[in-house]
Design a protein around this ligand. Structure first.
Ligand code: SAM
Ligand code: SF4
Length: 498
C-alpha cells in the first residue's frame, strides 16, 4: 500500500483513543506516582543487614514483593549482602523455573516508523537508515530459514509503527509465519508460537491479533520517568503519549490477550527508578486483573547508526548494576519470565542467566531480511541497533548444556490454554513446573535429533540423561507417560506435549 503524507498525518491523528486511556485511570491519575516512588527509594537508603535478610527470607516464599522491600534491596551497598541477593535470586529461579532456558528468535518485519524516538536507528528522522518492509513472501522465506535451518519453534515478530505495517499487515504476516511448514528428515517442522512486539494498539486491533493465536504481546514502556519520556519521545508523535503506552497492557488483557510482556529500556534514566516502575506496573496488573505480566524485558541501550543521542551516557547501566537489577527483579516478581536479549555480550549473558533470566534469543539477526538474504552478521544501516551476541543457536544450546541448563523449545502453555491467571496459579502450585520440565525434555529431544551438531549433541545427551533421572525422582507418577512420548519422538513423531 502506497501512503501519502496526508494519509500518514491523519492516520497518526486517529491512532490514540483517549477513552481507552481514561477508563483505566483512578481518580484521574495513573499508577506511576513519581513522588511516592522517589520517596520510597529515598527512605530506604542504607538498609541494615537484618532488614535485608528478612526481605530475602520472605522472598523465598515466592510472593511479589512490596515496593518498599524492592527499594530496600536496590539500596544495598554492601558487597557481601549483594552476594547474598544474587544467591537468593538464583535459588528463586531454580525453584520456579528449574534449570530451563526458553529460546526464541526475533523476526523484524520492516523499519518504517512514524515515531522519532531519539535512541532508535529506525526513528523517522534518521536519513541514513535504508527503509524497507518485508513482503509476505519474504516473511515466509525468513520463517523457512528460522524453522528449517536453525530449528526455532518460537518467534517474536517485531513491527515499527507505520500505516504500511498496520493491523492488516500484522495479520497477514502472522498468518504467513504460521502457514510455513518445512520438511526435514521426514518431519513437518513449523513455528509453534508467534509472540508480538509492536506499538501500543487500540482494543479493536488487539482483539484481531488475539484471534490469530499469538503467544505474548510485548510493549516496553522504555522509561517510567515522565520528564525523560517526554524529552526523548517528541510530543507530536504517537509515541509521545506516555499514557497510551502505559495502559496498552490493560487494553491487551481486556481484549483477551492474557500473556503480556512489559519492559524498560535501561540507560534512559536511573536504573533503580525503572526497576520500581516495572514493579508498580506488575502490581497494577495484579490488582486490576488478578495476574501480572507473563514476561519482563530488560533491554539496555546499544549503539545505533547515526544516533548521536546514544553518546550521552549519563544513565548508562554498568554490567555490575545490570546484574543487580536482574537479581532484584527475579526476587521481586518471581512469576514473570525474565528476557535477556542478544543486545548483551556472550560473556555477560553467561553470567546473568545463572542469576535469574529465563528466556534468551539465539542465532539472532535484526537486519530486515537478514536471515535469508545476507551472510553478514550485522549491517548497521539495516538494523535498529547493534547486537552484542550473534552466536548460533547450536553454540548457545551447547554452552548452556555444558553449564547444566536445558534449552526448552516448549510452546505448550498458550496452546493448552494455560495463560494469564491460569498459568500464574499453576506456577504457584508447582503444576506448571512439572509440565515445563516434561515439555523441555521432549522438545530438547526433538531439537537434538533434528538440528544439533555432533559436539552439541554429545553434551545434550549427557544433560538429557540427568534431566530424565531428575524427572523420575520428582514426578514418578508422570514419568512413564512422559517416557512414552519420548519414545514416540525417537520413532519420528513431532510436536507432542503436555
Ligand atoms: N516500534 C515498537 C515500539 O517502539 O514499541 C516496537 C519495536 S522496537 C523495534 C523494540 C524495542 O527496541 C523498543 O521498545 C526499545 O525498547 C528497543 N530499542 C530501541 N532502540 C534501541 C537501542 N538503541 N538499543 C537497544 N534497544 C533499543
Ligand atoms: Fe519506531 Fe519503535 Fe524505533 Fe521508536 S523504538 S522509532 S517506535 S521502531
Amino acid at each position: 500500500m502506497e501512503t501519502t503524507l496526508t494519509d500518514t498525518q491523519s492516520w497518526i491523528q486517529e491512532r490514540i483513543k483517549q477513552d481507552e486511556i481514561v477508563k483505566y485511570l483512578r481518580g484521574g491519575k495513573d499508577f506511576i506516582d513519581e513522588a511516592v516512588l522517589q520517596n520510597t527509594l529515598r527512605k530506604t537508603k542504607n538498609p541494615d543487614k537484618i532488614k535485608v535478610d528478612a526481605i530475602l527470607e520472605k522472598a523465598l516464599s515466592l510472593s511479589t514483593l512490596e515496593a518498599e522491600d524492592t527499594a530496600t534491596l536496590l539500596n544495598v551497598t554492601d558487597g557481601e549482602l549483594w552476594n547474598k541477593i544474587f544467591t537468593v535470586a538464583a535459588q528463586i529461579k531454580r525453584k520456579v523455573y528449574d534449570r530451563r532456558i526458553v529460546t526464541f528468535a526475533p523476526l523484524y518485519t520492516g523499519n518504517m516508523c512514524v515515531n522519532d524516538c531519539l535512541y532508535c536507528g529506525f526513528r523517522c528522522g534518521n536519513t541514513v537508515t535504508e527503509r524497507r518492509v518485508l513482503t509476505i513472501d519474504e516473511i515466509k522465506k525468513e520463517t523457512e530459514i528460522l524453522v528449517g535451518t536453525i530449528g526455532h519453534k518460537r518467534l517474536i515478530v517485531v513491527y515499527g509503527e507505520h500505516p504500511q505495517t498496520d493491523i492488516e499487515y500484522m495479520i497477514n504476516s502472522i498468518r504467513a509465519i504460521y502457514s510455513v511448514t518445512v520438511q526435514k528428515g521426514g518431519h513437518d517442522l513449523y513455528i509453534r508460537r508467534v509472540n508480538v512486539n509492536a506499538s501500543p494498539l487500540p482494543i479493536e486491533h488487539l482483539k484481531e491479533i488475539k484471534s490469530l493465536g499469538i503467544g505474548v504481546y510485548q510493549v516496553f514502556q522504555e522509561t517510567y520517568h515522565k520528564k525523560t519520556y517526554t524529552h526523548i519521545h517528541p510530543k507530536e508523535t504517537i509515541k509521545g503519549s506516555y499514557l497510551w503506552r502505559l495502559y496498552c497492557m490493560h487494553r491487551a488483557i481486556e481484549s483477551g490477550l492474557e500473556d503480556v510482556g512489559i519492559g524498560a529500556l535501561f540507560g534512559l534514566y536511573d536504573w533503580k527508578f525503572e526497576v520500581m516502575g516495572l514493579l508498580y506496573h506488575a502490581r497494577e496488573l495484579e490488582r486490576v486483573f488478578g495476574f501480572g505480566p507473563h514476561t519482563i524485558s530488560i533491554p539496555r541501550l546499544e549503539p545505533a547508526v547515526n544516533t548521536p543521542f546514544l553518546q550521552d551516557r549519563k544513565y548508562h547501566v554498568h554490567d555490575e548494576d545490570f546484574k543487580k537489577l536482574v537479581a532484584v527483579l527475579r526476587i521481586s516478581i518471581p512469576y514473570a519470565g525474565l528476557i535477556l536479549t542478544a543486545r548483551e555480550s556472550a560473556l555477560l549473558r553467561r553470567e546473568v542467566v545463572g542469576i535469574g533470566c529465563t528466556q534468551m534469543d539465539a542465532s539472532t539477526r535484526i537486519g530486515i531480511g537478514a536471515y535469508s538474504e545476507t551472510a553478514c552478521e550485522q549491517i548497521s544501516e539495516r538494523q535498529q541497533f547493534m547486537l552484542g551476541d550473534t552466536r548460533s543457536l547450536d553454540e548457545i544450546v551447547g554452552e548452556l548444556a555444558d553449564r547444566g541448563s536445558i534449552t526448552s523449545f516448549c510452546t505448550a502453555g498458550y496452546r493448552c490454554g494455560r495463560t494469564g491467571k491460569h498459568i500464574m496459579d499453576s506456577l504457584k502450585t508447582g503444576t506448571e513446573a512439572m509440565y515445563c520440565k516434561m515439555n523441555a525434555i521432549l522438545t530438547f529431544r526433538e531439537w537434538l535429533n533434528d538440528f544439533a551438531s555432533p559436539a552439541t549433541k554429545q553434551k545434550g545427551e549427557l544433560l538429557l540423561h540427568k534431566e530424565i533421572h531428575d524427572l523420575k525422582l520428582k514426578y514418578p507418577n508422570e514419568y512413564d507417560e512422559c517416557m512414552g512420548y519420548y519414545q514416540q519422538i525417537m520413532q519420528g513423531k513431532r510436536d507432542i506435549y503436555f
